[in-house]
Design a binder for this molecule. Sequence first.
Ligand code: FE2
Ligand code: FE2
Length: 314
Amino acid sequence: MKDINIEDQFQAKIDAEIKIEPKDWMPDEYRKTLIRQISQHAHSEIVGMLPEGNWITRAPTLRRKAALLAKIQDEAGHGLYLYSAAETLGVARIDMLNDLHSGKAKYSSIFNYPTLTWADMGTIGWLVDGAAIMNQIPLCRCSYGPYSRAMIRVCKEESFHQRQGYEILLTMMKGTDAQKRMVQDALNRWWWPAISMFGPNDAESPHSKQSMAWKIKRFSNDDLRQKFIDVTAEQAKILGVTIPDPELKWNEERGHYDFGQINWDEFWEVVKGNGPCNRERLEARRQAWEEGAWVREAATVYAEKKARKNQEAA
Ligand SMILES: [Fe+2]
Ligand SMILES: [Fe+2]
């Protein structure tokens, strides 16, 4: 009897838009769902640094280099806020990282695709950060306090990322024919993986219903994907590029763009670890972790020394 009561109270709080905070009672499933979602999100931020990090030394101008560097550093920061938010649910950061490095934890599949040309930097900003914004703006109103607050700053930074990407493409589209072809080629490669970022169709998304009731999620995968496609189809016109989907067409009756079928077989293959860069990304992460061991050790020793000094002074 008591349990039913406490669950009802929990749901009533959520229905009344009162945030759930770390020390509040919450159902185990709610906690588990959030740990899974926030840690996957954190992993995506730091793995997402890898495909772009590849281009810092090759950025065409000092201005582009500075903007790209700042963007990639932002992603590291996003990872840090999110690991901290997940820690408030009682999971240790080291365990989350071990799960990432062992391949047990997932991250967004989009980062398992290679970045072949400079136009990929523009396209990632435009589409990948653009899709991230669509996904993350509703998360600013997520029922879990620490996650929702982290997302407010993240979203502001994502909007800079999206614009820096789109501006790279606008500049290239004013350039030579070779540059224009480069942009079109990047769009051809990134379009389908980008619209897959919203996840499986609603009918195949088993956790969605409960997450909506708990107000972790506010919109379904298909609704967010539609919104994203409606916005980007117009932006593609301004750029003067062709979205590689022959079925993409404005539907007057629905007030939305119709679009073709996503190749879900490819999507699941990449999720399972068989994408073009899955191995490379995990290897880079593991190597970074090993090579950073001395920094972690030094920081720990320094913190201990400082604490001891403070104690002595007191
Ligand atoms: Fe980010
Ligand atoms: Fe971003």
